[in-house]
Design a protein around this ligand. Sequence first.
Ligand code: BJW
Ligand code: ZN
Length: 245
Amino acid sequence: MELKEEFIEKLKSAKSIVFFTGAGISAESGIPTFRGKDGIWNKLKPEELANFNAFLRNPDMVWEWYQYRRQIIHDTKPNAGHFAMAEFEKYFDDVTVVTQNVDNLHRRAGSSNVFELHGNIERNYCIDCSEPYYIKSDEESLPKCKICGGLIRPDVVWFGEMLPQEAFAKSEKAAADSDICIIAGTSAVVYPAAYIPLTARDAGSYLVEINVAPTEISGLVNYSVRGKSGEVVPAILEAVKEMKK
Ligand code: BJW
Ligand code: ZN
């Protein structure tokens, strides 16, 4: 794959790389995206599932939806895009993955510096006393807290909820300090997460977008690559290996 010469030059001098990822990076692992052609929200409404009031109105339905998604995630593996991002750590001083995904696939692929802005579907906690709760299987029906009897919810960030503040602050810093910010597989419409690449850009970082379709951010990046992240990220890694020989 032919990469833009300007990007190759940036890669040669870069010390710090930030990957900002979304659901599209996991699409090739078989996990559906939210929006777009095959997005789950073409069929299900986010406001009926991804907010706290929806959970209170119908906790069993929301829980069942998360259990269904956990099953898909457990049965899948990271793909070439996740693995290639993890391998960047061999070639650059600072590599940070800032992800909106809750699927844990970056860590499973070996990335060591991962900030999860929208939580992690493998964790749960009590809505009343915040006690963490570990589910035994993807089939378990909605559990109650052993301490206070409260409802157990997934540890993900729903609409109207705050993002984990420390992870967000560290992501902003990594973005501001980065030489290159690679935005992969996100529609970049959900805020405040979508501020991360903008923070990088304002601080002078070189922005590269990898997506199968144009997005909100395409007009703002230095280099837009149309393609699957599972193919484009490994191609960039190959170029890096070549130049570091
Ligand atoms: C491929 C590919 C391949 C496919 N290769 N590419 C400012 C302006 C407007 C609105 C707001 C604003 N600030 C806040 C808001 C409100 C709201 C928001 O952003 N709404 C907009 C949608 C309008 N934000 C919030 O509510 C946030 N909280 C907040 O603001 O709190 C404020 C507050 C203040 C004070 C007190 C309290 C609160 C929280 C947002 C939480 C988002 N949560 C979700 C669900 C997580 C749990 C779960 O998984 O169930 O996070 S929503 C969903 O969208 C999920 C994702 O992480 C997120 C982003 O989606 P993503 O990853 O970009 O996926 P897609 O599907 O959109 O895109 C996939 C892309 O991949 C596409 O572009 C494809 O083309 C591409 N693709 N295959 C490469 N192989
Ligand atoms: Zn409790």
